[in-house]
Design a protein around this ligand. Structure first.
Ligand code: FAD
Ligand code: NAI
Length: 475
């Protein structure tokens, strides 16, 4: 006998659990199925984001930043800290406890919203009268039926062909977040978001870090001026990034990993490292969903094909988050989850892809929303640019971190903000103001005329907006 629901959500990551909560708020009977297991075999909802992504990476970034500050920045404040040691096991245990708090929080939220949680793998068993039957294989086996199914099964790390992850020497994001000791020499392939964040963690803790990037440009999706500024800071820190390399044979040996590659000058290089992190992007995950049973359409990358409203080729079947097109970001997955639940309820859920912020949580942090200068040039848009350096910001000086800048790009005629790009301290928080401004279709002058607290880093945002009209007050 199958259990009847209005909406069944497969996947309990940020896309899935948020969709389930929103659907329940809208009055539907909702089930959420997630298969992630904690170390004890119990449920650990929250997906990649909570278990091996956003949350644990930020926990390690925080711990390693404290260590870095104690070693290199306390002295200038008059604090002497000699013999500072890193207890990696304690750092990892703290990270695990942060993850568990989030897992437990999600279980609590599902219960509070009367979402029925199933721990196990969900797969399509077939079409049922007026909907679909979903089979759950966990400790027990059950069948659920629903008119609407939301798929939020996320993504997995992409492996290099011929070099599978063993999570001992060749690490995905999973292994990279639970190393038992600081490797002496750490190689990474891919200088994207994971490469830079994970490379930063282990460099701060004392590893020699070498990141090999296939493309000749650094952070090609980022505004060029911002990427250049960030690269300068990473070079200064000793984070070695080699661009334009061609990775060849990788040998996973007893003592470590050997990476053979051709560098940008065409020279053959042999790199011996203790550990290798492969961070070359992620692939949509539909493993075990049994999409064939119902004829769900996938594209050539294995992503579920959806339209602008996250509708699949099957009536009543929706898909959100990393398993569909678009940026692989937790907040994008969440927005899609909310929008789908609202569409099922006959409302007009909407996701504005033009105002999805990006943040890279390195030091300096990098954050942006909207179009880059190179995109505006390519699109033939007439624009004005304004920048303001943190060097001229009082709060940044007091903090002891004046790296970077805020940059505004505004329409040359209307002054509407087209993009805001930041590199520097705490810009992960500053970017929110730019997102709000762009959602409200503000002009640069709107931001320039708003009172910002003094002294605050946000004054750099106001000053960059003033710079669009060449009238900064503090630079
Ligand atoms: P996921 O979070 O992957 O969740 C999918 C869930 O579905 C998983 O729990 C999985 O077990 C479950 N599942 C899959 N198939 C089935 C099935 N058949 N039955 C039952 N359950 C199933 N994004 C940010 O926005 N900010 C960050 O700072 C950030 N940092 C990251 C750091 C790292 C190291 C990584 C790897 C990613 C990071 N991301 C970050 C990306 C972010 O984690 C993803 O975009 C986000 O998790 C996608 O959410 P999702 O719900 O689509 O999928
Ligand atoms: P990525 O797409 O950010 O970067 C991958 C990098 O690897 C690119 O620069 C690419 O050119 C390079 N590359 C690909 N194949 C290569 C090869 N064979 N040899 C050398 N270089 C190669 O992917 P990443 O870092 O794996 O992260 C996956 C996704 O996870 C991100 O795109 C992002 O959506 C998400 N994420 C988000 C974070 C955040 O929001 N702060 C943090 C971490 C991940």
């Amino acid at each position: 006998m199958s259990k009847q629901f209005d909406v069944v959500v497969i996947g309990g990551g940020p896309g899935g659990y948020i969709a389930a909560i929103r659907a329940a708020q809208l009055g539907f009977q909702v089930a959420c199925i997630d298969e992630w297991k904690n170390a004890a075999g119990g449920p650990a909802p929250g997906g990649t984001c909570t278990n091996v992504g956003c949350i644990p990476s930020k926990a390690l970034l925080q711990s390693s930043e404290h260590f870095d500050h104690a070693n290199h920045h306390f002295a200038e404040h008059g604090i002497s800290a000699t013999g500072v040691k890193m207890d990696v096991a304690q750092m990892i245990a703290r990270k695990d406890s942060v993850v568990k708090q989030n897992n437990d929080g999600i279980l609590y939220l599902l219960k509070k919203n009367k979402v029925t949680f199933f721990h196990g793998r969900g797969s399509f068993a077939g079409k049922a009268e007026g909907g679909y039957t979903i089979h759950v294989a966990g400790k027990t086996e059950e069948d659920l039926t629903a008119k609407h199914v939301i798929i939020a099964t996320g993504s997995n790390a992409r492996a290099l062909p011929g070099t599978p992850f063993d999570e001992v020497n060749v690490l995905s994001n999973d292994g990279a977040l639970r190393l038992g000791a600081v490797p002496k020499k750490l190689a990474l392939i891919g200088s994207g978001v994971i490469g830079l964040e994970m490379g930063s963690v282990w460099r701060r803790l004392g590893a020699e870090v070498i990141i090999l990037e296939g493309l000749p440009t650094f952070l090609g999706a980022v505004d060029e001026q911002i990427a250049k500024e960030a690269k300068k800071a990473f070079d200064k820190q000793g984070l070695k990034i080699e661009l334009g390399v061609k990775v060849g044979e990788i040998v996973n040996g007893k003592k470590g990993v050997t990476v053979n590659y051709i560098n940008a000058k065409g020279e053959a290089v042999v790199l011996d490292a203790d550990k290798l992190i492969v961070s070359i992007g992620r692939v949509p995950n539909t493993i075990g969903l049994n999409t064939e049973a119902v004829g769900l359409q996938l594209d050539e990358r294995g992503a579920i094909v959806v339209d602008g409203d996250c509708k699949t080729n099957l009536p009543g079947v929706w898909a959100v988050g990393d398993v569909v097109r678009g940026p692989m970001l937790a907040h994008k997955a969440e927005e899609e989850g909310v929008a789908v639940a609202e569409r099922i309820a006959g409302q007009h859920g909407h996701v504005n892809f033009n105002t999805i912020p990006w943040v890279i949580y390195t030091s300096p942090e990098i954050a942006w929303v909207g179009r880059t200068e190179q995109q505006l040039k390519a699109d033939g848009v007439a624009y004005k640019a304004g920048t303001f350096p943190f060097l001229a910001n009082g709060r940044a000086r007091a903090l002891g971190d004046t790296t970077g800048m805020v940059k505004f790009l505004a329409d040359a005629t209307t002054d509407e903000i087209l993009g805001v790009h930041m590199v520097g301290p705490q810009v992960s928080e500053l970017i929110a103001e730019a997102v709000v401004a762009m959602e409200f279709r503000a002009s640069a002058e709107d931001i320039a005329r708003i009172c910002h607290a003094h002294p605050s880093l946000s004054e750099a945002t106001k000053e960059a907006a003033l710079a669009v009209d060449k009238r900064t007050l503090n630079f």
